[in-house]
Design a protein around this ligand. Structure first.
Ligand SMILES: NC(=O)c1ccc[n+]([C@@H]2O[C@H](COP(=O)([O-])OP(=O)(O)OC[C@H]3O[C@@H](n4cnc5c(N)ncnc54)[C@H](O)[C@@H]3O)[C@@H](O)[C@H]2O)c1
Ligand SMILES: O=C(O)C(=O)C[C@@H](O)[C@H](O)[C@H](O)COP(=O)(O)O
Ligand SMILES: [Zn+2]
Length: 359
């Protein structure tokens, strides 16, 4: 079985990202330390599909499982507390391992539980969505607050990422779409050629080879950035392209109304819109909009309450002294950070919403 390996160096340790077809059944070969017990965290959809493969691949004496409801609403303080309670009751100790089997919701939540249980125990990411090529790498773990996305969390890199691309075959159209928004983002901060190649992709007839090539591109972009700036003091902010508005929309519309990727897609168009205005540059707005439209991304902002949306943007973690910081593009492959005043932001939001309606 062919397994690709990418190593990420973090400040605390190095970890391997293993990418292969069907590798979930070999999980025990990637769990190298002698853990006292293992706690698998997953959601109801993934449990039906892949949990038994993981359970039967483990030879440890104590393996526990928690199956949570699927969806963004699960990434919250209540399920965080429930998992801590289960970990305590099962008798997990500092030598235990958490396995996050699922998409970004499970990865972020279980990773955050691992980062705080007994002040931090090991965890492994076993991503099962396209989007999770992004969330499983880099160690950002978090839960949402009603007032804003991922506001409670930490930087806590996993011990390994085991990416079985075979599991991606069962993803719905909506989840394929969602994952591609992050891949487009990575292409945009990378270079023009990669971005143009991505725009040739038709998500309704995606081949396994194409998908793997795109995932490799996305993971490489992500891994090299987080390695250079683990705690987001500089260039890691570029991975937030499209997220200032995207996150605000997710919180404002109610977690799960739009998928994370769908919200980011709208945010990417907004970053084009505002870049063209502030940086006097010309970006392929129409081509990106057309590609999203062709691939059935929902491209409307279903809220009249711009002030409330702005309040959410003002809770973004990139902000400094209550001023909104946006990742913009000077050109494809040339991200840059700019402060946007509230007055300007309101004006840009209004003109952007108008533009979305007329296109
Ligand atoms: N930590 C980071 O760096 C980072 C990066 C990007 C996104 N995120 C976070 O990731 C989350 C979104 O992740 P997501 O899009 O994976 O969502 P998700 O985890 O909710 O998964 C999406 C849906 O697909 C289902 N699913 C998962 N794997 C499946 C499979 N193989 N086959 C069929 N169904 C499957 C899930 O049950 C769920 O219903 C957001 O909370 C976002 O904030 C974090
Ligand atoms: O890894 C990063 O850094 C990113 O910004 C990746 C994003 O795709 C991801 O959604 C991340 O969780 C956003 O981070 P946040 O700090 O804005 O919550
Ligand atoms: Zn994201």
């Amino acid at each position: 079985m062919k397994v690709d390996e990418i190593v990420v160096n973090s400040s605390s340790h190095s970890y391997r990202i293993m990418i292969g077809n069907g590798i979930r059944s070999q999980i025990s070969t990637f769990v190298t330390k002698a853990y006292s017990s293992i706690f698998i965290v997953t959601d109801e959809h993934i449990a039906d599909l892949y949990l038994s493969d993981i359970q039967s691949g483990l030879t440890h004496e104590y393996v526990y499982t928690s199956i949570l409801p699927a969806g963004e609403k699960t990434k919250c303080i209540e399920y965080y507390y429930q998992l801590q309670t289960e970990a305590i009751k099962y008798g997990l100790d500092r030598n235990s391992l958490i396995i996050a089997l699922g998409g970004g919701v499970i990865g972020d939540l279980a990773g955050f539980v691992a980062s705080t249980f007994m002040r931090g125990i090991d965890y492994i990411q076993v991503p099962t969505t396209i989007l999770a090529h992004d969330s499983s790498v880099g160690g950002k773990v978090a839960i949402n607050h009603r007032l804003g996305k991922n506001l409670i969390g930490s930087f806590y890199p996993p011990q390994a990422v085991i990416y079985d691309v075979e599991t991606l075959q069962s993803l719905s159209e909506q989840e394929i779409r969602s994952g591609y928004a992050e891949l487009i983002k990575e292409a945009l901060i990378s270079d023009e050629l990669t971005f143009r190649a991505m725009l040739k992709t038709d998500l309704t007839s995606l081949s396994a080879e194409e998908l793997q090539e795109h995932l490799r591109m996305g993971i490489k972009v992500k891994a090299s950035i987080v390695e250079a700036d683990e705690k987001e003091s500089g260039i890691r902010k570029f991975l937030n392209l499209g997220h200032t508005l995207g996150h605000a929309l997710e919180a404002e519309l109610g977690y799960g109304s739009l998928t994370h990727g769908e919200a980011v897609a709208i945010g990417l168009l907004f970053s084009f819109h505002i870049s063209e205005s502030i940086l006097s540059t010309h970006l392929p707005y129409d081509q990106l909009h057309e590609w999203f439209k062709k691939n059935n991304f929902p491209l409307i902002i279903q809220t009249e309450d711009i002030q409330s949306l702005m309040m959410k943007m003002k809770k973004d973690k990139k902000n400094v002294s209550k001023m909104i910081q946006m990742v913009l593009l000077q050109d494809i492959g040339e991200p840059t950070l700019r402060t946007v005043t509230d007055k300007d932001m309101e004006r840009h939001l209004n003109s952007f919403i108008g533009k979305l309606v007329t296109k």
